[in-house]
Design a binder for this molecule. Structure first.
Ligand SMILES: *Cc1c(COP(=O)(O)O)cnc(C)c1O
Length: 223
């Protein structure tokens, strides 16, 4: 059954603003990134028709197939790449996306900088931090962050902030706190954290970019 996408988006917005009021009334509303990976096109269209414009995808190939057609139709869509990026897909990623949230190594930063220069674009990027030190997960280790940040700045990349994906099944509090600490230490503006299961906590802890899929679109069907 088709979920009520508009009602879900409104509910998530409502929860986010409720949590932010708790913390600091001066704080800007975080940006809600609707994570549309794997979701049927009709659900994505429902979100667009409800007026939502900020979306996240985790694979360049899948995103190109879908958004290559949708973006010309909805020109004000802002598309975030939130999944791991291979260096050889940097060109396609720069062509399609508006924000790259998964920069986690110098080689990738160099490839992106080269492509942006080539395509005459300057996309904001986030540096992804592997706060849980999980081997299978993307993101740089905390101790490698200063060198990565330095390199990005030398390359002329616009580093907007930091992103993390806490280990599944773990209390995310410490991971969000660590990311926040790193953001402050490096004087960065944005903080991308929080998914369907923990976005209210993330909002309360200072997230500026919140990536929600399931709570908006329903469960993903991988079959
Ligand atoms: C899939 C995904 C999300 C959204 O997850 P939900 O639990 O469905 O909200 C957020 N961030 C990243 C990096 C993802 O890959």
């Amino acid at each position: 059954m088709m979920p009520d996408i508009k009602a879900n988006i409104d509910a998530v917005h409502h929860e986010i603003s409720r949590m932010c009021k708790h913390v600091d009334t001066e704080v800007n509303q975080p940006k809600l990134i609707a994570v549309s990976k794997v979701q049927p096109l009709e659900r994505v269209r429902a979100a667009l028709e409800a007026g939502h414009r900020v979306f996240g995808e985790n694979r360049v190939q899948e995103a190109s197939e879908r958004w290559g057609a949708l973006k010309p139709e909805y020109r004000d869509v802002e598309l975030h790449l939130i999944g791991g990026l291979q260096t050889n897909k940097a060109a396609d990623a720069v062509t399609l996306f508006d924000v790259i949230q998964s920069v986690d190594r110098i080689k990738l930063a160099k490839a992106l900088a080269r492509e942006m220069e080539k395509q005459g674009k300057q996309l904001p990027v986030f540096l992804q931090v592997n706060t849980g030190r999980e081997e299978q997960k993307g993101g740089c280790m905390v101790e490698d962050l200063p060198a990565l940040l330095d390199e990005c700045q030398n390359l002329g990349l616009e580093v907007a902030g930091l992103m993390c994906i806490p280990p599944a099944g773990e209390d995310p509090t410490m991971h969000f706190a660590l990311l926040k600490k790193l953001q402050k230490r490096h004087g960065l503006e944005r903080l991308s954290m929080g998914m369907s299961g923990d976005y209210t906590l993330a909002a309360a802890m200072g997230a500026t970019d919140i990536r929600v899929g399931t709570a908006i679109f329903g469960a993903r069907d991988y079959r």
